[in-house]
Each structure stands twice: as C-alpha cells, then as structure tokens.
Design a binder for this molecule. Structure first.
Ligand SMILES: O=C(O)CCC(=O)C(=O)O
Length: 291
C-alpha cells in the first residue's frame, strides 16, 4: 500500500474551485482553516464542551471490545457522563473510548449554531450535523459510510490523521460483503494474508484545528486522533443517482439482512463473509495482472 498520495489543499480564498474541481469530480480535498472564522473555530476545545454540556449522558464506543474489531457490530458499548468522558480524552494518554455520530440537533442543539453546515455543502442532508470525539491515539476502524453520501468533516481542538482510499480499491481492501467494513487493520498491515493491499494507493493527511476534509461518496476512511479532540460532519447526497440508490439499498436491505444472518449463524456467518472477501480480492489481483 502506498500511503503517501498527496491530497490537494484549498485555502479559503480558493473555495470557488470546490464545486467544479472536487465535488463534481468526486476528488478528496482539504479545506484549510474553513472553520476558523466561525464561533466553533474560535472557541471549541475540550474545556468548552465541559462547560457547555458536561452534564449530558452520552453513548461511548470502546475499541477494546473484541466483538467490535472482529465483526460488523455497530452499537455503542455503554453510556457515561459527558464531562467524565471529556476528562479522559483531555489526558495525554492513549484511550480506546470514542464518541461516534452524536446527533448535534438532538444532543447539543445550542452548540450547533457555533458551526452550521458550510455554504459549499448545503443541500438536502445539510441539517444533519454529527459529532465525533476521541483521545490520544484513538482510532476509527476503516470503513465507508453506509448511505454512501459525501462527507465534509471539520476538526477542532487538536490534530487528527486521516487515511482515505478510493472506492475502486474496495475488493483489494477485502471488504466484508453486505456491510461497509474491511478485514484490514491499517496499523498492522499483513501483506502475506492480504496481498491485494500491495496495489492500493491511499491519501494520507493531518487535519489541524479548523481544517475540513471532503470525503467523496464511498471513500474508505481510517482516522487516528493524535490528541484529545473532536470533529463535526455534514453530508451531501451524491451527484450520481446510482450511488444514491446503492446507499438506500444498504440501509433498507443489506444491513438488516447482515444483522439477521449474524444473529442466526454467529461466527459461521462472519467466516463465510471472510471467504468471499478473500475470493473477490484474488479475482481483483488476477484482473490487475492479466487484463
Ligand atoms: O472522525 C471520526 O471519529 C469518525 C468519522 C467518520 O468515520 C465519519 O464521518 O464517517
């Protein structure tokens, strides 16, 4: 895997290039300091959330739960006080605890106006602001979003490393059928078990406070919080009708089917999906070598 594909960076003065050169062509880009002039850009950090919302009860995901890393299990692990969670990620210590997809309108309605959906990303899904939190070295397993929408992710309060991989590499990434996860652990690449990885070209970049990244529809993403910090995502439906239909099918059919089969067959279901992922990767490698 080649991790060093350079991702384009647009300054605020160049935003008029976003729609034509990046959104319409579905090319990732970093929008440097997009949030810096907003209230969030000027005030969001861990202490701000402690002061404004420390009393909330929030749902937490725990990466050390093996059920999570070895399956497509997607529910939070437990609930806790938001202030206590923020105290954990404020420390300069590794943590596996993260908040994933907190709905701002429901849980932090007063803070949503600190960073409304940026103009360049407004549209049908523009009101859905989701928040993500993590501490030092918290990772978010590689996946793409189930609805296959476009995502604008803006980061605050520290640094976050982002790896992006184009949808054309899905088979070579050993995607598990019926879901949007892969067999690959990006921190421990095994090229013997997963030789398809050799062919993948990935983008890697580090977001700083106030930076946004555009992740086009279906792009795989893997995140590492380098410090205790937080992100907001806004979504925009794809310019392609076919992609939108695929997203709808994922939500309405594939995910419920996968969950049902997982419940009925347990580890046998996962094993059969792993076999299919291996088979599809082999076929993709063959096609690359011989066509
Ligand atoms: O940054 C995070 O914690 C996760 C973001 C993410 O995976 C997403 O927006 O789909």
């Amino acid at each position: 895997m080649e991790l060093k594909q350079k991702i384009d960076v647009l300054e605020i003065s160049e935003l008029e290039k976003f729609k034509e050169n990046y959104f319409m062509t579905q090319k990732p880009v970093v929008l440097k300091g997009l949030a810096n002039e907003k209230v969030a850009g000027q005030s969001w950090n861990i202490k701000y959330f402690m002061d404004k919302a420390g009393d909330l009860e929030i749902s937490v995901f725990d990466n050390s739960n093996l059920k999570r890393s070895k399956s497509t299990y997607t529910r939070p692990d437990f609930k806790m006080n938001f202030g206590d969670y923020l105290s954990i990620i404020q420390k300069d210590e590794k943590t596996d605890l993260r908040i994933f997809g907190m709905n701002m309108s429901k849980q932090l309605p007063k803070l949503k106006k600190d960073f409304p959906c940026p103009k360049i990303f407004q549209g049908m899904l523009g009101n859905l602001g989701l928040m993500f939190f993590g501490g030092k070295n918290t990772t978010v397993r590689i996946h793409y979003d189930i609805d296959i929408s476009n995502v604008l992710l803006t980061h605050f309060g520290g640094k976050k490393k982002v790896v992006l991989i184009a949808p054309e590499y899905t088979d070579l990434l050993y995607r598990l059928p019926y879901c949007t996860y892969s067999l690959i652990n990006l921190d421990d690449l095994d090229f013997v078990k997963y030789p398809g990885l050799i062919f993948i070209k990935a983008y890697e970049c580090t977001l700083e406070h106030g930076d946004s990244i555009f992740m086009p529809s279906g792009y795989w993403h893997y995140m590492t919080y380098l410090e205790g910090s937080m992100s907001v995502s806004y979504r925009k439906i794809s310019p392609s009708l076919q992609t939108n239909l695929k997203g709808l099918m994922n939500i309405a059919l594939r995910m419920p089917f996968d969950k049902m089969m997982g419940k009925a067959m347990g580890s046998k279901w996962l094993a059969s999906k792993e076999k299919i992922a291996q088979m599809r990767a082999k076929r993709a490698i063959y096609n690359l070598n011989f066509s």
